[in-house]
Design a protein around this ligand. Structure first.
Ligand code: CO
Length: 210
């Protein structure tokens, strides 16, 4: 059996098992989704949102990209954010990075990765903003770990800089924004940064006519 055939065959068995345990399962799923969470995570195959958070289908709305970035010109991210916040009215937005992230690691080198340079360029900005702190760390692994944490923090702040989040905070005082980092080697999530609704935003980034 080809590996992709294995996936299809697992899917058949899984669907049958769901129905045998709960005959109404898929009927319920097909009706509506009301997730409380939006997850913005890394595309890394070792960080599956549902599995590591114990959330079931219907509970978490997921967007993933390389190095879990929130870039204000990324139409894909903006569409997911607008839909999750404005229509699904999620209560929490989680940016979840992970230690050992290849995207962050790549951005800390001077290597030319071709088109990937353009995507990871903003991580170099994170490095520049926190250069004094980061470059003081001698151990390479610890330096990358700190950059992963700071990247998550900056992405949460990038969320707060969007008119989408600022409008939701003004209208209904949520969602709460979280920055987490997942440890691939121990399976544990560390909350490292958060912004409650209404957290003051610097005047440069604040919109006053939402
Ligand atoms: Co990654």
């Amino acid at each position: 059996m080809q590996p992709y055939e294995k996936i299809l065959s697992y899917n058949k068995a899984w669907a049958a098992k769901q129905i045998s345990e709960d005959p109404d399962y898929f009927n319920r799923m097909a009706e509506i989704q009301e997730p409380e969470f939006l997850w913005i995570g890394c595309s890394d195959s070792r960080v599956p949102a549902n599995l590591i958070t114990g959330t079931k289908p219907g509970e978490i709305f997921v967007h993933r990209n390389v190095a879990n970035l929130v870039i204000h010109t990324d139409l894909n991210l903006l569409t997911v954010l607008e839909y999750a916040v404005q229509y699904l009215k999620v209560k929490h937005v989680i940016v979840c990075g992970h230690y050992g992230c290849g995207g962050v690691k790549a951005a800390m080198t001077q290597h030319n990765f071709g088109i990937i340079n353009k995507w990871i360029r903003s991580i170099k900005d994170v490095h520049r903003i926190h250069q004094e702190e980061v470059d003081k760390i001698n151990d390479e692994e610890s330096r990358l770990a700190r950059m992963v944490e700071l990247n998550v923090q900056e992405q949460v702040m990038n969320l707060a800089k969007t008119s989408i989040i600022q409008k939701a905070w003004k209208q209904r005082h949520y969602p709460h924004l979280h920055g987490w980092v997942y440890g691939i080697d121990n399976g544990l999530i560390q909350p490292i940064f958060e912004m409650a609704a209404g957290t003051p935003i610097g005047p440069l980034y604040k919109f006053d006519d939402l």
